[in-house]
Design a protein around this ligand. Sequence first.
Ligand SMILES: Nc1ncnc2c1ncn2[C@@H]1O[C@H](COP(=O)(O)OP(=O)(O)OP(=O)(O)O)[C@@H](O)[C@H]1O
Length: 317
Amino acid sequence: MLRIAGARVVFAGRAAVDDVDLEVGRGETTAVLGPSGCGKSTLLRAVAGLQRLDGGTVHIDGQDVTSVPAHRRGVGLMFQDDALFPHRDVAGNIAFGLRMAGASDAAAARRVAELLDLVGLAGLERRRVATLSGGERKRVALARALAPAPRVLLLDEPLGALDRPLHDRLLEELRAVFSALGLTVVYVTHDAGEAFAVGHRVAVMRAGRVVQVAQPDTLWSQPADAWVARFLGLANVEEDGSVVRVTRPEAVRLVADPAGGAVVSAVERDGPLVRLRAQLDDGRAIEAAATGVDHPAPGERVRVDIDPAGVVEIPRA
Ligand SMILES: Nc1ncnc2c1ncn2[C@@H]1O[C@H](COP(=O)(O)OP(=O)(O)OP(=O)(O)O)[C@@H](O)[C@H]1O
């Protein structure tokens, strides 16, 4: 549905997007994940037609849209800053794109009601957007992006700056809407957890380039290199001669043992998981993830058991 080939954007002699190829299938959500400044937003803006490409092409549904202006590409956009029109009410915001496309009053009103239903805000047509809660604003921004039935939906850190419970709830709602409507989605985020939660596939970007595209489980078990592994939050990365050895934390078990070779240095609960760190007697550190409440405490001496199935060795480039 979306095909980006050889995309390149140069700012002041530096490539912000550097020879990027990416394909997103119909009904698929691809998360674009990378650190601040890696070029995610620039890539998304290029797909939207808000940023001119210095090289490469963008095809949507088989059509070359590289030179097509943004408003004729059939893409929907949602940004972190919802950019709602403050002086219009909810209906006026959602109907904006429909009006631009020449929809009649009646058709626009029907579509607005349908979208408000979809995002769980039925009946809020006449509310001023300034009086909406943060979560309601996000839902209106989504409804507005979806109103003209875009061929591809593009989201740039749409849930940035929300508190965690609201963030998690809206993420779930977004996923439900993507799947109910069979949308083709590109979702930009710097957060690996969010990318894993939303993406059928995740494209990892570094310094303007896409360095790996894979399903979440594949990324987690076979990161392309040490940088990707660390960026995903895998801490047990050893670069050793010609290989990088990554040991997933869930394959590491710290077992209380007075004769063990390590001491627990930190224990931190994160929802159903407990993250533990231990200092080995040889000076190295190791991270483990456990479930349940029966885990060793900080200061306790432990033995380190590693399930070899959770260790991957990647040849170094
Ligand atoms: N209009 C511009 N002019 C000059 N440089 C730009 C422009 N837009 C972006 N850049 C630079 O291009 C690089 C990529 O920026 P981009 O916003 O795409 O990164 P990002 O991955 O989306 O980062 P963040 O997560 O912080 O938003 C950065 O170094 C940025 O400073």
